[in-house]
Design a protein. Structure first.
Length: 188
């Protein structure tokens, strides 16, 4: 705030209270922040060391619950997660839990395969499908926070258009990611 004051910029809300800059009340202003948070939590969680028995338990549980045979299966799973992430407030919290859980799964896989967990996590994030998924999830999380600001500022009706745009963009990103992921898995 001091820097803003030096520039002669002062963001005040109703009643003269200081508030965040208007850009940080929008999904596009929050988007880089949520992608960064989502990525850091994923990377940190992937670095959590696991006992072999815990790693086997986690791996078996994930393998049992996720049998994707087509891009549509992957897309349906990922868009479901993305829709939950768009829920005001709770969606952002869910995205943190989801990112952390995914990181722990990477840690489990790396424990069982004797691979460096951080290298594996970076490889997953930087793969074409990983980049698209992290962008989609970051956008969904940003929409969650933008929805919170819209509720507080009593402009939820106008934010509904933002939700529809976010749903469309995340759907396109996740559909492309699903096809890329399937091609990577099947080698075609």
């Amino acid at each position: 705030m001091r820097f803003a004051k030096k520039l002669g910029v002062d963001y005040r809300g109703p009643g003269g209270q200081r508030t965040l800059p208007p850009l940080l009340h929008t999904k596009w202003g929050l988007f880089p922040i949520t992608v960064l948070i989502f990525s850091l939590i994923f990377l940190l969680s992937s670095a959590i060391p696991l006992e072999r028995s815990s790693a086997e338990e986690i791996y078996d549980s994930v393998k049992e619950s996720m049998s994707f045979s087509s891009p549509l299966d992957i897309f349906t799973h990922n868009i479901s997660i993305s829709i939950i992430m768009m829920t005001p407030v709770l969606g952002f919290l869910f995205s943190i839990v989801s990112s952390s859980t995914t990181g722990v799964v990477v840690s489990a896989v790396s424990s069982l395969t004797n691979l460096n967990s951080l290298s594996l996590a970076v490889e997953l994030i930087s793969s074409p499908s990983g980049v698209l998924e992290f962008l989609a999830y970051g956008l969904a999380s940003a929409q969650s926070l933008a929805g919170l600001f819209a509720m507080v500022e009593k402009r939820m009706k106008t934010e509904l258009k933002g939700y529809l745009t976010t749903l469309l963009v995340t759907s396109v990103l996740l559909l492309a990611a699903a096809f890329l992921e399937t091609a990577l898995i099947t080698g075609s």
